[in-house]
Design a protein around this ligand. Structure first.
Ligand SMILES: NC(=O)c1ccc[n+]([C@@H]2O[C@H](COP(=O)([O-])OP(=O)(O)OC[C@H]3O[C@@H](n4cnc5c(N)ncnc54)[C@H](OP(=O)(O)O)[C@@H]3O)[C@@H](O)[C@H]2O)c1
Length: 266
């Protein structure tokens, strides 16, 4: 989803797009050959196993892609003199804090997905000194699947009122906003970890309500608790990310999620 947005956003740049059919990120030789052949200035690493429940069921696969894969990408970028921008997640935190997490908070993942992404971050730090790790959350974009796509589909169907979780809070974030941030980071590198979700916060219920309003969908929404939808991987109650690094480095703030959503829907 993010990769496709970046492909459109950076049309003016000389791009080498590598999806899973071209490059298996966990295959070191394959990654190295791809980077050696193109000799990029920057490698943007979006590949991941992102289905959090599937990661619980298949931890080896999750670590192979998210941890080993990130290590191979980082090693290849460093070996061929490229900067690395790697994408990570709020799931590196346990979600129990009463405030948004900033870049200097200690990660404590509670899921296989979060732990494997944290291992991937560690690998990036270890293998590629010239890196930026962008942590994002609650992502949607033109290409799904995402919560927004599910809501647009369900909202257009007739049926009983739709229950949506109202006790998890996060920053709904468009892939376009992340692409804008990556564009800024290409011009002005910022080393280390950078939180890059949109500003403002919402529960899933509030996000769904905003999607329905803007898309003109009339199906009734009802708030509910996380406990009503037990899932294999626990969902963080608090996915909010404070953009401390962007603020300290004098970058413009990320757009408010409602502004980004309006732009996306229109
Ligand atoms: N979606 C969110 O809400 C969210 C939130 C926070 C952070 N993130 C992070 O943002 C980044 C982009 O997420 P996204 O939502 O764009 O994910 P996505 O749509 O699931 O895309 C991930 C891509 O990685 C590819 N991939 C999987 N295994 C691979 C392998 N071994 N080698 C090469 N490619 C492989 C997938 O290919 P296949 O389709 O063939 O599997 C897919 O094209 C990820 O790092 C993710 O952890 C996402």
């Amino acid at each position: 989803m993010l990769g496709r947005t970046l492909q459109r956003h950076f049309r003016q740049h000389e791009l080498c797009i590598a999806g899973r059919p071209e490059v298996d990120v966990a295959d070191g030789r394959c990654v190295d050959q791809a980077v050696a052949a193109f000799r990029p200035d920057v490698v943007i690493h979006c590949a991941a196993m992102t289905q959090v429940d599937a990661c619980e069921a298949e931890p080896d696969k999750a670590y192979r892609i998210n941890a080993l894969g990130s290590a191979q990408v980082a090693r290849a970028a460093a070996r061929h003199g490229a900067r690395l921008i790697a994408v990570s997640t709020d799931y590196v935190f346990d979600g129990s804090a009463a405030r948004p997490y900033h870049e200097f908070d200690a990660p404590a993942p509670r899921t296989v997905y979060g732990a494997s992404k944290w291992a991937g971050e560690e690998a990036v730090r270890r293998h590629c000194p010239d890196h930026t790790i962008i942590r994002i959350a609650w992502l949607y974009g033109e290409d799904g699947p995402s919560f927004l796509h599910t809501m647009l589909k369900l909202g257009a169907q007739a049926g009983a009122p739709l229950k949506v979780v109202h006790d998890q809070t996060g920053n709904p974030t468009s892939t376009d906003a992340v692409a804008e941030l990556i564009g800024q980071l290409l011009e002005r590198p910022l080393p280390g970890v950078v939180h890059g979700s949109c500003e403002g916060e919402a529960t899933w219920f509030e996000f769904a309500r905003a999607i329905f309003e803007r898309a003109g969908l009339r199906r009734e929404l009802v708030p509910c608790a996380t406990a009503e939808f037990p899932r294999p991987a626990p969902r963080p109650a608090n996915s909010r990310l404070e953009k401390r690094m962007l603020r300290l480095a004098g970058f413009p703030p990320m757009p408010h999620w409602q502004v980004a959503l309006e732009k996306f829907i229109s």
